[in-house]
Write a protein that binds this ligand. Sequence first.
Ligand code: G1P
Length: 291
Amino acid sequence: MTKKIHKAVIPAAGFGTRFLPATKAIPKEMLALVDKPLIQYGVEEALAAGIDEIIIVTSRGKSAIEDHFDMSPELESSLEARGKTELLELTRKVSNMVLVSYVRQKEPLGLGHAVLQTRDMVGDEPFAVILPDDVIDAATPCLKQMVDVFGQVESSILATQIVEGPAISSYGVLDCDPVKDNPRLHAVKGLVEKPKQADAPSKNAIIGRYILTPHIFELLEHIPKGAGGELQLTDGIKGLLDTEKVFGYTFEGRRYDAGDKAGMLQATVDFALKRSDLGPGLREYLKQIRL
Ligand code: G1P
């Protein structure tokens, strides 16, 4: 099996109901975190991990995503004519970023089903999955950390973080053992999607970054409906355990749930504060708000 991860799958077919009415006509993946759509953060993270092909799973009403990564001739000539060189470069950079292909998920049957739609495009090689709602700020991008670990373990790897309290029921949760000599790695024994807090096998929650071996596709073909009546990626990964090792990886960095309004607001403040053009002004503004 090749050790190099070339392709990343980005599921972007969901309705984004948590952000209605903003997402009625705009894909949630196109909501801006400061001034970049969420999905672009995912694509940039994939590029930073050495990935050279992105496969985005879309659905009806998501054409803004395709337009975003396409050329924009009218906008470009207008920017050129007005001498807006920096903005022109920024616009061109997005369309030249990487090879992006698209596949449609015709019905919203779940994350496992969304990933299954990419089977022919991924082929017989290990690949990454990035859930664009999960934005991760890290010195070394999360997926790059995982690609490096994949080079050592050559097995499927799931990003994890500790989640306390009832919030654990919103995640896939690992039953796992620590791995000797690597405090960030856990050997997965079992996993369950969105358990009740009392049934959660640990506090290790799956965060939206995965490296998966291609065997997952065969398993996803046959999984029954799981949590929420959907075909769950977590259940497919559980099937991998019969024949392969699977690891949880506690990444270094901070994750924001940008699919959630509060998470998006936190990410917006933190990301803007880090920017040299926005940070100082925002800091001043925040200081003078009476809380
Ligand atoms: C998905 C996965 C879940 C994972 C989560 C991370 O759930 O099914 O296992 O923990 O992403 O964000 P969703 O948030 O799409 O319901």
